[in-house]
Ligand binder design. Structure first.
Ligand SMILES: O=C(O)CCC(=O)C(=O)O
Length: 268
């Protein structure tokens, strides 16, 4: 599994330097997505979701894969400005198959071990772009996500399993030898984009501030699951832009309401 550099000689929204950076470092950041008032609305929206999850006794990290049943998340996933950036990296035919708020509460001690997303995901070719959108201002002491620049050029790396005090379990072996961490310190409303072979992780939140990022997973429509047993990974997909010549990807419509009710939350 190797990283396929983006060949886009005439990007429309990213600069040629940003494309070059993506190829060399494995990410682009920061990119402006939501201006002041829209960033505030995004934060209010998350506050509302979180209140419902917490009322139901659920963990802040469990707002996962709701983009096809929550209008607010659907609208971010299909945001034209975001898709313009992604299109410069993936081409015109774009599907979103996943989304997840990584909502690190104040003094949450759990870490995200350094990992490659591609180690978790059953897609081929591995060529996904993740948008990590800052819902809160991300402070250096709040456990920002950290990238290991250039680590995507090593192909798929060996991992080990960790279980204590972690949010995800796979940890890239010897990640410390790969590069110095680059903290993704963003203002609310900014986003970063990273490739699924880039090694990244985050430390615990030692601050009094929440650190929430909405991650959205995009691939081009010519990507598919490695085997039919993984088909479930595609079922909440949204065809965000262009066409799906393969005809394989589902295209979930914009939901006509927010699906967060007692039933969805398992308390009804
Ligand atoms: O938000 C974090 O700390 C980690 C996020 C992550 O691992 C990802 O976006 O793939």
């Amino acid at each position: 599994m190797i990283f396929k550099p983006v060949k886009n000689l005439a990007p429309k929204h990213l600069t040629p330097e940003q494309i070059e950076n993506y190829n060399r470092q494995g990410f682009v950041a920061p990119l402006k997505l939501f201006d002041g008032e829209d960033a505030r609305l995004q934060r209010n929206y998350l506050d509302g979701l979180l209140r419902q999850f917490q009322y139901a006794g659920r963990d802040a990290y469990e707002i996962n894969e709701y983009h096809h049943c929550c209008q607010g998340i659907y609208d971010v996933v299909t945001n034209p400005r975001l898709l313009d950036y992604v299109e410069d990296l993936l081409g015109p035919n774009i599907v979103c198959w996943g989304s997840h708020y990584f909502c690190k509460m104040p003094h949450d001690e759990r870490e995200v071990p350094y990992h490659q997303d591609a180690a978790y995901w059953p897609f081929k070719p591995a060529n996904a772009v993740t948008a990590w959108i800052a819902i809160d201002d991300v402070l250096p002491e709040a456990g920002p996500m950290c990238y290991l620049p250039g680590s995507h050029l090593n192909g798929r790396l060996a991992w080990r399993r960790r279980s204590e005090n972690v949010l995800l379990e796979l940890e890239t072996k010897d990640y410390q030898t790969l590069a110095d961490p680059w903290p993704v310190v963003l203002n609310a409303g900014e986003t970063s984009l990273h490739t699924d072979l880039l090694v990244h992780g985050s430390a615990s939140n030692t601050s009094n501030h929440r650190r929430c990022g909405l991650t959205i997973r995009y691939v081009s429509t010519d990507v598919w699951v490695k085997s039919e047993k993984h088909i479930g990974w595609t079922q909440s997909a949204i065809l965000c832009r262009g066409e799906d010549a393969s005809g394989r990807w589902p295209n979930n419509p914009r939901p006509d309401r927010e699906e967060f009710g007692p039933k969805a939350l398992g308390v009804g």
